[in-house]
Structures are given as C-alpha cells and as structure tokens.
Design a protein. Structure first.
Length: 351
C-alpha cells in the first residue's frame, strides 16, 4: 500500500509498505479521507517533537505514518471484535492511554502521562491506504453522515472540548482567535450550544470570509485594534469567554484583554515555544486561564450528534488534495493559503 511517512523535519515520503493485518481486538480500515492538522505541520516543519523519541506507551518512533484525523470503511476484524463488522463506515478516536497513571485512574485519561496517538506516536496512521486500530477506537457513522464529515470529527472534538471548557451560557458572547480548522470548529460548537454572538479574529482574508459566511462577526487584527473593538461592541464589559486557536502570542494577549471580569480564556492552540503574558491583567480581572487538550470520553459522540443535527456545514472551508500532494498541503496549511485540507486516499494497492 501507499503511505505518507515522516522521517524527520521536512522529510515526508509517499512510499510503499506492506498492508497491515488486524490482530486480536483490532480492525483494519480502508481509509477514505485524512485531514492535515496543526500537529502534522509542527512535526513536519520543526525538528519533530512528538515523534523523535520512542513513545513510552507504544514504542513508536520515526519513521511514522502521519494522519490522526481520518475516516474510512472497515474491511476486516481481528479475533474477538464484535463492536463493528466489515462494511461499517467509521471515524477513529486516535488517542491511546495507559489506564494506570493517576490521571487515567481519576477519569482524565485524555491527559494520560504516557499519551499516544495513532498517526503521531503510535504505529500506523490515516495518511495511508489501510490502517489497523484498536476496535474500541472506532466510532460508527450514522447513515446521514459522509466519510468526508467523519474525517472532521477529530478536529471538531478538539474544538468542542475547548468550547465546553469555556462554559458560555446560551445567549452569551464569545471571542475566537484564529479561523483555522479548530477555530471554525469552535464557531460551530458555540452556535450548536446557543451562543450566536461569536466574534472571530483572523488575519487571512479567505479565512475571515469563511467564518463570516457561517455567521461569525470578524475582525482583521492587522487593520483594527481588536481589544478596542471588543470593548466598543460589548460596551466596556468584554466577552463572556475567549478560545485561543491561533498559536500566536499576540492573539493570546488580545484574548486576555478582551474578556469580562472573572471570565475564562481557553488555550487550545499549539505554540512553538514559551509565551509571555501580562500576569497583572489576569490578576486584576480575576481571569481563568484554561488549557484544553484533546477530548475526554463522550466528546466524539457529541460531535457526531451535532453533525447529524446539521451544526457542522462543510461548504466554503474544505479543500481536497491527492495523497501525492501531502507536502504541498502542509505548506498551504502553515502559510494560511488553505483553511482545512483533506487528503483523498486512493483505492487499491500500491500498484
């Protein structure tokens, strides 16, 4: 089969490798679509951070088949699998946990100290024609959802967890900094929860247009003072919460200065290094700075429910590319030329 294999910084190869076969408790999936994520961008352009050392849970290291946002069709099941059958259309919750560390034992398995992820730090990945995964990781897709939508469940789950941590009441207001895939997911999640007053900050004209098309008010941080505009629009109060999705220090600073007193700022973005904040602003307004990592149990199911209800439209913000253009897609996502890229995985073997 064909797979996109990361060997090191800026060294991704589309190459042939043997098809995997499912072991006990595993399923084999014929991948249809796989998304390019910010994590993939960081791993490719920077000295790989997650993939360069053997993962303590799986032992995986480079080369690594990328792709942790994907959907496809089950083609075979290993011994003991009764959760799904061949022919089922599924998406995959890629995180794998140890089950024994204090976080896992306390119900916070998504924060496992040995956390691994299929397509990042676990053998296999969705940027391949076939992948085997634990049967417990698959989520069957309802008849009304496409495989294209299924490949979006994982990044939308990242966004939904951040929005749920923000706890904005129905009818409240929110700020989203960054209109990449997770930023768009935060917009959709807020609207699904009855928060219609969502302001999105994004420097890219095409991304602003996509957010505006789907009901957000938008601001260009290169043209206006974001904090000033937020305060004018909220009559000096600030928004009920902010979700920082851009990974830019200046966006985090604007988010901190744009929320109401005692409001939360949820940080879900990936940052390339340490970020300085003005702690006095946090202290004087008694703000809550919250991290948001992956998604706890139940979030995948809630995204699928929201998708089924029509809260995650796909028009105007998705682009499709062939597997052979994966490197170009990584460049496009990093440089903001595309908002969300799905890689179309070709059928058949390597040929």
């Amino acid at each position: 089969m064909l797979a996109a294999r990361l060997y090191g910084a800026k060294d991704l190869r589309i190459e042939e490798m043997p098809e995997p076969e499912p072991g006990p408790g595993e399923v084999k999936i014929r991948v249809a679509y796989a998304g390019i994520c910010g994590t993939d961008v960081h791993e490719y352009f920077e000295a790989p951070r997650a993939t360069h050392e053997p993962n303590p849970l799986t032992g995986a290291t480079l080369p690594q088949t990328l792709g942790h946002e994907f959907a496809g069709t089950v083609v075979a099941c290993g011994e003991g699998v009764d959760r799904v059958a061949p022919g089922a259309r599924v998406c995959v919750r890629p995180i794998r946990t140890c089950g024994v560390c204090p976080r896992c034992v306390s119900g916070l398995s998504h924060l496992c100290t040995a956390l691994a992820a299929i397509g990042v730090t676990s053998p296999g990945g969705g940027l391949a024609q076939y992948v085997t995964v634990p049967a417990g990781s698959v989520h069957p897709l309802p008849d009304g959802l496409s495989l294209e939508q299924g490949a979006l469940v994982e990044p939308m789950a990242v966004a939904l967890n951040a929005v749920e941590r923000a706890r904005v009441p129905r009818g409240g207001s929110a700020l989203v900094t960054g209109a990449g895939a997770v930023g768009m997911g935060a917009l959709f999640a807020f609207r699904a929860q009855g928060v219609q007053d969502v302001l999105v900050v994004e420097p890219s004209p095409s991304r602003r247009a996509a957010a505006e098309r789907h009901g957000a008010r938008v601001l260009d941080p290169g043209a206006v003072d974001v904090v000033e505009q937020v305060m004018i629009r909220t009559r000096g109060r600030g928004v009920d919460a902010a979700v920082e999705c851009s990974g830019r220090p200046e966006a985090l600073d604007a988010a901190i200065r744009s929320v109401a007193a005692q409001a939360p700022v949820v940080m879900v973005a990936l940052y390339s290094g340490p970020v300085a904040i003005d702690a006095s602003v946090v202290r004087l307004a008694e703000l809550a700075l919250l991290g948001s990592e992956a998604y706890p149990d139940g979030v995948f199911e809630r995204v699928i429910e929201h998708m089924t209800a029509g809260h995650y439209p796909t028009d105007g913000w998705l682009d499709h590319i062939p597997l052979g253009d994966t490197v170009a897609g990584l460049h496009d996502v990093r440089d903001g030329r595309r908002l969300k890229v799905l890689v179309d995985i070709p059928e058949g073997g390597a040929g």
